[in-house]
Ligand binder design. Sequence first.
Ligand code: BGC
Length: 706
Amino acid sequence: MNNSELKKLFNSMTLSEKVGQMGQVTPDFFSNEGETTGPVADIKLNTGELYSIGSILGTHKPEQVIDIQKKYLENNRLGIPLMFMADVIHGYETIFPIPLALASTFDTNLVKKVAQLSSKEAVGNGIHVTFSPMADLVRDPRWGRVLESNGEDPHLSSKLTQAYVEGYQGKSLLHKNTLASCVKHFLGYGSSEAGRDYNTVSVSDLELYQNHLPAFKAAIEAQVKLVMTSFNTVKGIPSSANKWLLGNVLRKELGFDGIIISDWGAIQELINHRIAEDSKEATRLAVEAGVDIDMMTSSYIKHLGDFIEDGEINIETINQAVWRILTLKNELGLFEDPYRGLMKLENLDQNLDNIRKELEPITRSVASDSLVLLKNEGILPIKTKSTKVGLIGPKAQTKDLLGAWSWIGDKSEVISIYEGLQEQFERLTLSTIDDTDSISKQDLVIVALGENSDESGEAASRSSIQLQQEQVELLKKVYEINQNVVVLLINGRPIDLTNIVNYCKAILECWFPGTSGGAAIADVLCGRVNPSAKLPMSFPASVGQIPIYYNYLSTGRPKNESNKDEKYISKYLDIANDPLYPFGFGLSFSNFECGKVEFSSGSLSKDAPIKITVTIKNLSNISGKTVVQLYIEDKIAEVARPVRELKGFTKVSVEPLGCEEVVFEITDKDLMYIHSNLKESADKGSFNVYIGFDSLAPKVGEFVLV
Ligand code: BGC
């Protein structure tokens, strides 16, 4: 539809038809299927309201989408199609590793590919909009939602957020297999106090701008179509009612002109936050703050019309919201084809079958690329097929490898660790702890430990981030019998591994690896795939260190080698300041070294960036990939700045005994930071450069910004 046709349609809408577009319900309103929980259970819509509703959340199958859309269009006066939304977080039915695992790849192309493929399967199921990516910056592994994040670093998260949006949306939503992307949760949700979900957030403006905004900015620059508000307060006001946050920051400063959608039930929750007395007041606050779509409550549908008729809210507010919603429907091509190609397919099931067949092998290679080797005392890879391998532990045979946000994922399709290992090792034994004789006879024993999928994700905060005591005991018992122990970890958050690290020769962090998880793990264990992933979050040495992140601010009393025994410095009495495993860390079967580093110039100016070239050598006779990381330290600034910040990363493959050159370009943009006036600019002065394979990379030189 061209713009003037869309305008004409818009002009013919009644007030209640407009208000309807701003509401959303579950599919069971049309088909009596699906789950109704929370405030949705209380929504009682009349027929007029139902057939004016703008979007649906929670369909499962393409046939269901077709049925609902058909029924709806037969009853909607103007023939404005519904938009179908879903949480396509790390796949739809075929499940890729969790986002935190994908972030471990430090590979924007891979993440973009995953988003493209997830879109394809979701589109085949009738979905138009995904509530992904989650761009929340996280620094507290007690918070279960770190699983959905890109980790602790604003630069990495920005690059990956951009890759997700580009992958989902393609070049145009009119192209086949594209989804509109909704970045979430705006803003600061990752800083829920004490890691407890839905808890208070209290961060400074400087912190919000410097750390929490960049990934959202990246999404908006990549033309993301929707932004979701967060459940938390920002400066005391819940995001869904926060005029400053949505109006000044999101609309004006970031220039976002797409749809703002509340999180699930968040408008009603303004009552629990005790800033609204009832749902009418909550409606007024949310609409005045700029929320266009009310996810899953009846607040807008029930109250917006009255506000307009009473002249309490300007119709322009509603008009703008509805125009944005119609614009997205038009961009998705829904006016021309409300079924987005589904009706033209001869066989919907066959189409989905073909997609699954295409995706499954890719889930395997993506998963093997996301496994982080944390420790290896020469025990991995297990080179010979005939090695006697014992397998034990609660994760040995489980199909629970998909992780949270895989609600349509098919568990029966999952390749368990046992099944994956069976493919690679001829003499694999499933061991039990009672059979000490069998354990003692194995060449090595793999102990598979970790979390269940409901122990991380939304509403899955934990005060302890160690493995369950029974698991630790099991590991110790195995180690007593046979010291050739390899630990596999299945989990959705950084775990405190201090109580297990000395009871094994290797640790492979497998996250929730998805549909082909077991096969991918076996690929790494047998050396078919050389691990290359790196931690996107620090792994604490104790829960007491949290929040912990590599890019902490310079303090007045920093701890260093020469003062570490003094009293009045920033340190703990009982433990080190450092995490057990730092951000960016991950081993390989190859042995990489940074060779010569060359700076194209010792100084940089606005128009003249510098290039830093580093030679990466593979000293081993195994080919492999690694992530070369560049960090910068601003020596003197107006405000206290991080001790170092990631500014560049490149995944590079190096042949056995070969070397490769990696070139980083630094521009003045990379040196910009938020000043005390909340404006971004770069200061003249000098900067240290660190290059290496994790956030402890050594200094390689410095340059000056002139
Ligand atoms: C979550 C969102 C999600 C929404 C819809 C909420 O509980 O916070 O991230 O997109 O539900 O499922």
